[in-house]
Every structure is written in C-alpha cells, then in structure tokens.
Design a binder for this molecule. Structure first.
Ligand SMILES: [Zn+2]
Length: 400
C-alpha cells in the first residue's frame, strides 16, 4: 500500500486568487531587473495552462508548445514530462486542482540562465494546504532573443564529472562512485542489443545517481511524493528520443532502460516520439525480457509468478491480470510486477517464433487486443485461446 505524505502548510497567502495564473510567492526576491522579472512571470503563466502537452492544436494543426524552447522539444520529444498531470487532484477532491505557485526565480550566474521553482499546492476539506510537487524549470533566451522555458537537466548536471566508456557518456552524480566494470558491461549490452535488432549501436548519455531522490532532482523535480514512496528506492527512466538514461539504481548498468531507447530506434514514428500510440505492455515486456526489471532477470520474475500461480491455484490468466486494461503497479510478490512478468513472457513467446521482426510487430500493435491476436497468429491458435496458452506457458516455465 502506498503511503501518502502530507507536507506541512507553508504557502497560504493569496492562494487561489486568479483561476489560471500561477500565484507568485509574495516574498520572492530577485537578483535581476524588474522588467525581466515581469517577462519571466508572464512566460510561466502562459505555459501553465499548456503544461500537459509538448504539442498544441492551433487552427487545426499540431504545433510545438510556443512557450518552450523549440530545440528542446526537438531534442527530448516531451521535455516537460515531469509537469504532466501534476495539477490533478484525486477524484474525491471534487474536481479541484493543485494550483501552481511560483516559489522562486533566480539568475544562475554560472550558467547565464534562470531557474524557477514552481510548487503545485492543493487544499480540500479538512486539509488546509499541502504541496503535491515542486518542479524546477530553466529559462533561457532563444535565437530571437525571446525568453523560453527549457528542461533544467543540463543546468543541474553541468558540473557532474563525465566519463566515456565505449559509446556511453556517463554523467556521474557527486555522491556516486563510478564503477568501470559495470560501465563496460553496459557498453557490451549496447552492442549486443543493437546487433539483435540489426541496427548500428547507438551513442547515449547515462546520468548515474546513487539514489532515487537524486535521480528525480536531476530531472527537475525538487520534491514529489513519488521520490519517497518507492519501497526499494531504486529505479530509472529513459528519455528515448534524446537517448538518455537517468538511473537512481546506484549502478552504471541498466539494460532495461536501454531497451526502451532501442524501441524508439526500431519504431521511430512521430506518434512514438510524442509518447503516444505504441504498445506500452509490449515495450515493457520486451525491456524485461532482455534487461530484467528491478535489477532482477525475467527468469526470476517468471519463477516467482509460477510459484504464486501454483500456490493460489490460479486457473485463469484474468485472475492475475486483465491484459486489455492492465497498468504497471501490481506486485504479486516483492519486486515482481505481474505486468512486467507477463509482458516479458509474451515477448519471449514472440521472439521464439518470429525473432526481432516479430518483436517490432508486437510493439507496433497499438493495443493489447491486437497484440494478443498476433501471438495467436504466430502459434496458430484462436484468439480466445491465447490467454490460457500464456498461462500454461508460465505454469510450465522452467528457465529459458
Ligand atoms: Zn520500462
């Protein structure tokens, strides 16, 4: 069960004044001229109603978010992913939203950029006021001299020591002791997975952090509950399009996240770039098949799942997962999420029959139903038999 932490009240003044506008900390000090200050506040206020999407519909066309630096959108695809959904309060809060509050804007002398901190503050019923998340955002001038928002990761990691091992550029958090053996392993995995998919090995950047909290901070989240409710406090992300891995795993080896980068290389459509229309379960299944999850191999997860199925006398796959609507987040035993384990089994079955081309096909089946139908096609079984077939394969699992 997830714990909910409530932060003590520290922002109450003027809260909830104007619907869309971010409230500005009334005690906000600035180390730059007032005219700049007004422009920056205006920029943030323009951005906030659009913060859930890197692309907006204007006059029937999809256009890049005009408040964000265009080169950043081209580089990351979704450079402000950490803002998505942070305004949404739980359903029982009566449709209220977390309200943005600009906590600080400072000129970063060493970087020639500005750094703003925006808190998302909620309040309902018995709870006076509390913070959902505090995000950082960098502000820079574009080539035309207009202020634009940008992802702060470059700025926040600018002084992290850098090392290159093979095709991997490591940026290492000061708290982390670089492990060259793991870095060499990562580079070898990169070569192997590229060969498997018949593409040249890619160059990528690996931000290596000791802890999960450090990882979120490097990505621009100063505070968020998610940083503290992860039991084993490890994990990571890949920013597929920018070919970056951000690891909070205290390790220079993270094969699972690299497989996600290859998903983007082998299925590089506009839709994928914008983070939509690809089969997430297929993607996670494939990443778990090749790279494990939570630092444990797919074999480990499948044997745990098999044990669980035997112990609970499970007769139907639906009793452990509804593939058509499944989301990650259901651990049947500690560290084994059924979504990743079953997804991994599906990837294994597809690979066995149809190799890398089959896996690409699986990834591009945009929903779970067509993915299952594809498995049926490969094994020449009717669609309704596919789920019992997958369950049987898990029950019979005895290692790869
Ligand atoms: Zn993943």
């Amino acid at each position: 069960m997830k714990k909910i932490f409530l932060l003590p009240v520290f922002i109450l003044v003027c809260y909830g004044s104007i619907a869309q506008d971010a409230m500005v900390n009334p005690y906000l000090y600035s180390n730059f001229p007032e005219s700049t200050y007004d422009s920056l506040i205006r920029l943030i206020n323009n951005f906030i109603p659009t913060q859930d999407s890197a692309y907006l519909i204007r006059e029937g066309k999809s256009v890049p978010n005009p408040w964000w630096l265009l080169s950043d959108i081209k580089r990351y695809g979704t450079p402000f992913f950490y803002f998505h959904g942070v305004r949404n309060l739980p359903n029982d809060a009566g449709g209220a939203e977390y309200k943005p509050v600009i906590l600080s804007i400072s000129k970063e002398m060493e970087y020639d950029d500005y750094l703003a901190r925006i808190a998302y503050v909620g309040r309902w019923d018995s709870v006076n006021s509390y913070v959902n998340q505090i995000n950082m955002v960098a502000i820079t001038k574009d080539s035309r001299g207009d202020y634009k928002l940008r992802n702060p990761m470059d700025l926040l990691t600018k002084y992290w020591p850098e090392k290159k091992v093979g095709r991997v550029t490591y940026k290492i958090n000061h708290s982390r002791q670089f492990d060259r053996t793991e870095a060499v392993r990562m580079d070898s995995f990169n070569t192997a997975i590229a060969a498997y998919f018949h593409v040249p090995p890619c160059e990528f950047t690996y931000y290596s952090c000791k802890t999960y909290q450090e990882m979120w901070k490097a990505m621009g989240v100063e505070y968020g509950q998610v940083m503290y409710i992860n039991d084993n406090s490890t994990g990571g992300f890949s920013l597929h399009y920018a070919k970056c891995i951000i690891s909070g795993n205290n390790s220079e080896y993270y094969p699972h996240e690299l497989v996600h980068i290859y998903s983007n290389i082998i299925y590089s459509s506009e839709d994928y770039r914008k983070g939509y229309k690809y089969n997430r379960m297929a993607d996670e299944g494939m990443a778990t098949y090749f790279g494990g999850s939570q630092e444990l191999s797919l074999e480990h997860h499948l044997s745990k799942l098999k044990e669980y199925i035997e112990r609970k006398k499970i007769e139907k796959l639906e009793s452990i997962i509804d593939i058509k609507s499944a989301r990650p987040g259901h651990e049947i035993v500690k560290h084994t999420d059924v979504y990743y384990a079953v997804g991994g089994m599906i990837a294994y079955l597809v690979d066995k029959k149809a190799g890398y081309e089959g896996l690409i096909e699986m990834l591009t089946n945009t929903n779970q139903a067509t993915m299952l139908a594809y498995v049926g096609e490969l094994y020449d079984i009717p669609e309704k038999e596919v789920k019992p077939f997958i369950l049987r394969k898990i029950k019979q699992f005895n290692g790869f």
